[in-house]
Design a protein around this ligand. Structure first.
Ligand SMILES: [Zn+2]
Length: 470
């Protein structure tokens, strides 16, 4: 532990200037955030002309009908226009909030509100909670019309919206309530650890964050998700027995197999799994079940089980721990830095003894450009994982027979898993009207999955390889 703290102290010494130098942080944040937004707009402008192409890429030509292709091009075009508008709108809004001291105003307003109830500035954690919710509510209200437009105009026009206005409002209030019920105690504990551990907060906060993430693994499916969706066990039948047999052969600890009414809100479809290492739930969207045959759904699950087999969620979580650790390691330099708060219009009295939550928020804003790079890296890792899971599905028969000693007789009918996965991916893609032509830079920046063309090409290559080795 002491080695850790000596190393952390070294980093702090390099960053000591933050606490004394009057740097114009606000200017930097404006510059960086506009830089990121303009880059994202540039990507959209690279992608946009591709929606005017009149024929699908050669690799997809035999899988996608002209009518579906034209529909997906129109949908993509509308979505791109909307994305461009909302990006610029949100950036202008953020920029104005930054320029006119919105954060300082919120802190002050939270103080005044609490003062009315007899709580003074010494109740920093309480004021931090009120501050966070005030900020969250006030900054989410102006973008509310965008999400109304997206749901009821854009998605509606292309036949995806299944949300009613009543459901939309109920969802909104439910998500606010969940944010408050979970967020307030989380924030209180988070801030309390800072106070309690002093400058040695890094390992304690890490332990706290990991505990929180793990408890969400239990709480999300059992408490939170049922607030928004209905999960029904999948009935006995071809699909259930296919999935159970697949899970059994792989020794996947399948506890529950559910269908989720995703179509209540939207017809975009998928499948996923979650849970503790010894007890997993698989959830399949009703839309996927309606659109694909049982043997295709099985192939989608073979892909999902590939993620489990290669420990992808665990690896992702490890990466995110490193990410959190690096952020926390840099943070102390910004924690006691009056010039930082001054540059964001906080009054001298507040800046003299910076509230942790405010320092953390401003620090996060300073990290924006770095986070953009990290997200590019994370997407690349995620695309690699998708490729690995596709290969797993393709080679599942060989893996079971050769690596796990499963009787070849039990694996009959699995040799075409890759082909079935390909068919399921095409159906998903076509029904979701997903983009067919993709600019490489746009994809590298935004996509957590390889494009359909890339995936089909890889699936074909795996199959060729497999035939050679048989
Ligand atoms: Zn996947």
């Amino acid at each position: 532990m002491d080695i850790l703290h000596t190393q952390l102290a070294k980093i702090q010494r390099h960053l000591a200037f933050v606490a004394v130098d009057p740097i114009d942080w606000k200017f930097y944040v404006q510059l960086f955030s506009w830089g990121v937004t303009l880059f994202e707009c540039y990507l959209l402008l690279r992608q946009y002309p591709l929606y005017s192409k009149t024929t699908p890429p050669p690799a997809l030509a035999k899988h996608i009908g002209q009518e579906d292709f034209e529909k997906s091009q129109k949908y993509g075009k509308d979505k791109a226009k909307f994305a461009l508008f909302s990006k610029i709108f949100s950036q202008c809004l953020d920029s104005a909030m930054l320029q006119y001291g919105f954060y300082a105003w919120c802190w002050n307003a939270a103080g005044i509100m609490l003062g009315k109830f007899g709580y003074g500035a010494e109740y920093e954690i309480l004021q931090s909670i009120v501050f966070s919710f005030l900020m969250y509510l006030l900054s989410s209200l102006p973008t509310l019309p965008l999400s109304v437009y997206s749901t009821f105009v854009l998605e509606e026009k292309h036949g995806f919206n299944k949300t009613t206005p009543g459901l939309f409002v109920a969802d909104l209030f439910k998500s606010w309530a969940v944010a408050f019920v979970l967020g307030a105690p989380f924030l209180a504990a988070f801030l309390y650890i800072f106070k309690w551990a002093g400058d040695r907060f890094v390992p304690w906060l890490m332990a706290f964050m990991i505990t929180f993430q793990l408890s969400m693994v239990i709480l999300y499916p059992t408490v939170i998700q049922p607030l928004f969706n209905k999960l029904t066990p999948i009935q006995q039948g071809e699909l259930r027995s296919r999935i159970e047999s697949l899970a059994g052969k792989l020794k996947f600890p399948l506890k529950h197999l559910y269908e989720i009414d995703g179509s209540k809100r939207s017809s975009h479809s998928n499948a996923y799994f979650f849970g503790l290492p010894w007890s997993k739930h698989i959830v399949i969207f009703d839309t996927l079940l309606q659109q694909s045959k049982p043997d295709e759904v099985e192939a989608v699950l073979a892909h999902e089980l590939g993620h489990w087999y290669f420990l992808h969620p665990t690896k992702m979580m490890a990466i995110s721990q490193i990410h959190i650790f690096s952020i926390l390691a840099l943070f102390p330099a910004f924690l006691h830095a009056p010039p930082l708060l001054r540059s964001f219009d906080f009054p001298k009295t507040v800046a003299a003894k910076p509230p942790t939550i405010v320092a953390f928020l401003l620090f996060q804003m300073i990290l924006t450009p770095l986070e953009a790079f990290i997200s590019i890296g994370m997407n690349a890792v995620s695309r690699h994982f998708e490729w690995e899971a596709d290969r797993f599905a393709c080679e599942i028969q060989q893996t079971l027979e050769k690596k796990h000693g499963v009787d070849p007789k039990e694996c009959i009918g699995m040799e075409d898993m890759g082909e079935r996965l390909g068919r399921a991916l095409i159906t998903l893609h076509v029904k979701n009207l997903s983009t067919v032509w993709v600019d490489w830079l746009y994809s590298a920046y935004h996509h957590s999955h390889p494009t359909l063309t890339e995936r089909l090409r890889a699936l074909e290559a795996f199959q060729v390889e497999q035939k050679k080795s048989n």
